[in-house]
Design a protein around this ligand. Sequence first.
Ligand SMILES: Cc1cc2nc3c(=O)[nH]c(=O)nc-3n(C[C@H](O)[C@H](O)[C@H](O)COP(=O)(O)OP(=O)(O)OC[C@H]3O[C@@H](n4cnc5c(N)ncnc54)[C@H](O)[C@@H]3O)c2cc1C
Length: 307
Amino acid sequence: MTYDVLIVGYGPAGITAGIYAARKKLSVVLIGDLPGGEVRNSGDIENWPGDRTTDGNALADKMIAHLQDHADGVEVVQDKVAKITKDENTFTSLTESGKEFQSKTVIYTAGRHPRMLGVPGEEEHRNLGVTYCATCDAPLFGGKDVAVIGGGNTGAEAVIMLQKIASHIYLLHDTDKLNADPVLIANFENDPKVTILYNTQTTGITGEQLVSGLSYKNKATQEETTLAVEGIFVTIGANPNTEPVKDLIELNKFKAIPADRYAVTSVPGFFAAGDVTDIRDAQIVVAAGHGCSAALSAGDYISRLPK
Ligand SMILES: Cc1cc2nc3c(=O)[nH]c(=O)nc-3n(C[C@H](O)[C@H](O)[C@H](O)COP(=O)(O)OP(=O)(O)OC[C@H]3O[C@@H](n4cnc5c(N)ncnc54)[C@H](O)[C@@H]3O)c2cc1C
């Protein structure tokens, strides 16, 4: 069978696309491995409208239950897509377990994964003081001493956000010059609340249950120092999950999929939404909205295909 829509990804963008496509009575298969996507790893969430505070697992469960209400319209396959190709007007998606699916359109919402430091204590303290998203979590660190790791634009934006919230901010960078735009650095370079530490290499994260310390080495002197901090913002980049489509579509320099606000890409019939795209704001509400647009765009595209 050739599905109208094949959705890759089981996060907020893919789930929302599934709900909208099912309500349009399109035939839909959704392939994904982590139900709920990064929402599962998000800890407390305070910016999903309608829920003042919710927990990532609870929100993911609610989204999945909503999608399952459309179970007659969406077939969910627990798997990963390994490669997508296009031939004339038909897409073929091959999964890691060897299954093959044909579809008229693809909505690609495979997300991105934050780059990790890879130091002892990081994994255990994820969401217990270690975070990869300042927009999401900065408000949780009111009056606390925190560290931001990575002096690019994302790190600088994290520092600016934290200036109004945290007590003191250490910005750790691995070379002797920040990569962020000077106009951003100007916001905090003379702020006594902000200490910039150059030539650092993070070596470990400590804390009984919650984070209480961060160790780093000065790369020039090899001297080890431990900072007493309760929050650690890791801002060293994120990798979009675009491997399966790297031969199908031209990616940008960050390996993200260029897509417009309607989720339209340069490949006809191939739509992309959420964190896997070049969208500016990696947020649940944005990904869900982009997923909605993707489904509506796919429906419009199908209605214009030759009959
Ligand atoms: C620690 C953390 C905390 C966060 N906190 C917040 C917050 O408080 N508020 C907020 O708004 N946002 C928060 N975010 C960001 C938010 O989680 C993301 O912006 C959102 O989940 C993006 O949705 P998405 O559907 O685009 O991608 P994702 O949620 O990443 O979902 C991608 C899906 O695709 C699947 N997938 C990947 N590769 C394949 C493949 N090859 N084949 C099939 N499926 C595949 C994944 O398993 C997953 O199901 C946080 C993110 C992190 C990492």
